[in-house]
Design a protein around this ligand. Structure first.
Ligand SMILES: *Cc1c(COP(=O)(O)O)cnc(C)c1O
Length: 389
């Protein structure tokens, strides 16, 4: 068997839309396809304003500029996340105050935020790990009480809501990723959502490299110049054209990912193997299940992901680093690639040197760093896994 961890998925129209973008004669950013994508998100997810960026990392850096983060400010960030969630604020000179994960879920422990708030706290970064919604009602309540801005790092959380509102659209700002490992993809790509109307005008200026060029092209000002900080955040039309092909197929992508998630969960959990997978990848699931049964004779408990979130990933939790490594190696020897995830950021060499302190231990984040393992998860998994048996 030869099952990769991830395989980028082409919906079918990517190349023809790229050709169209090229033939339209404008392949820099903010053209036909960029506007189409932004409008799709605004209309379908109720985001106030959307700006495509070349990555989620870029969108987070825009958020840090937009919130005027500077030296002396503190930003609360979960430890169990990708570096960009914190790095964007470090670039502006902020001190990062790390938040632990929940005991039974790698997502952040919202009830511990208040104890980390100080008069210097300027922002809270919310990460919806595995596309499982964080309790935004509690976060926004704290934000309002302490006048703190909220940035939702919704990189993994496209197409899922909390109390009827799409994630990424609840905090003052939201960021998304369309990296080839996410549900919707265009190679490298991202988006900033601006939900606080007071931040809209400046967001566009920062996006346009610190100029009021967008307003100029709309005829609102008669010349454009350097009016603020900014940088190169726009993706080209080639990238936006690729993304548009994915957006048109959002429902199909999500329903396939939902089936894959439920097949993993149902089949691996069903003790008497009575669960019938909905799509044809039974031999692959059986092989996985056999390896799981073997490892369970030696180590327990092994816990499967409970909440599907937006079907971004399927993970398992092991009782120790040793058992995780053993299972992952046994899958690898059968040609199946499984991958662990983040190292806890508060323990990284960089942040210790940068902030000059040893951060207080965050036991849950440290445990997930050692015990979480993700199984292969991509649109064509059923075809790939049944064709290579
Ligand atoms: C993927 C990811 C990012 C980075 O996204 P890029 O588009 O690669 O910059 C940031 N935060 C989280 C939580 C992610 O999962």
């Amino acid at each position: 068997m030869n099952v990769p961890f991830n395989k980028p998925y082409l919906t079918g129209n990517e190349l023809s839309y790229i050709e169209k973008a090229v033939k339209m004669g404008k392949i820099s950013g903010n053209g036909y396809f960029t506007k189409k994508c932004q409008q799709f998100f605004e209309e379908n997810f109720g985001f106030n304003k959307c700006l495509l960026t070349s990555s989620c990392t870029d969108a987070l850096e825009m958020a840090a500029i937009l919130l005027d983060i500077k030296s002396g400010d503190e930003v609360i960030v979960p430890s169990y996340t990708f570096v960009s969630s914190a790095n964007a604020f470090v670039l502006r000179g902020a001190k990062i105050v790390f938040l632990d994960s929940l005991e039974d879920h790698p997502g952040m422990d919202v009830d511990k935020i208040e104890s980390l708030i100080s008069p210097k706290t300027k922002a809270i970064v919310v990460v919806h790990y595995a596309g499982v919604p964080v309790d935004m009602a509690k976060v926004m309540d704290l934000a309002n009480r302490f006048s703190i801005k909220v940035v939702e790092d919704a990189a993994q959380a496209i197409d899922i809501s909390f109390q009827g509102k799409a994630l990424g659209g609840v905090g003052h700002l939201g960021t998304f990723s369309f990296h080839e490992t996410k549900n919707l993809q265009c190679g490298e790509g991202g988006m900033l959502t601006i939900n606080d109307p007071g931040l809209k005008k400046r967001a566009e200026i920062i996006w346009e490299k610190g100029t009021d060029r967008a307003a100029f092209f709309r005829g609102e000002v008669n010349k454009y110049g350097w009016v603020d900080l900014g940088s190169s955040f726009l993706p080209s039309e080639v990238t936006a054209a690729f993304l548009w092909a994915q957006l048109e197929n959002l429902q199909r992508i999500q329903s396939r990912r939902s089936q894959i998630w439920h097949d993993y969960s149902g089949f691996l959990a069903s003790l008497d193997r009575s669960y019938i997978p909905k799509i044809q990848h039974l031999p692959y699931l059986e092989l996985l299940r056999n390896e799981l049964d073997k490892i369970q004779e030696e180590f327990s408990p092994i816990v499967l992901q409970k909440d599907p979130g937006n079907y971004h990933m399927f993970y398992m939790l092991f009782p120790s680093l040793e058992s995780r490594t053993k299972f992952s190696e046994s899958l690898k020897s059968k040609g199946i690639l499984s991958v662990f995830h983040y190292q806890a950021l508060h323990q990284s060499e960089f942040i210790k040197a940068y902030q000059g302190i040893d951060n207080t231990p965050l036991p849950n984040a440290e445990i997930f760093a050692d015990t979480l393992l993700r199984l292969p998860f991509f649109y064509e998994l059923p075809e790939v896994s049944s064709s290579c048996i």
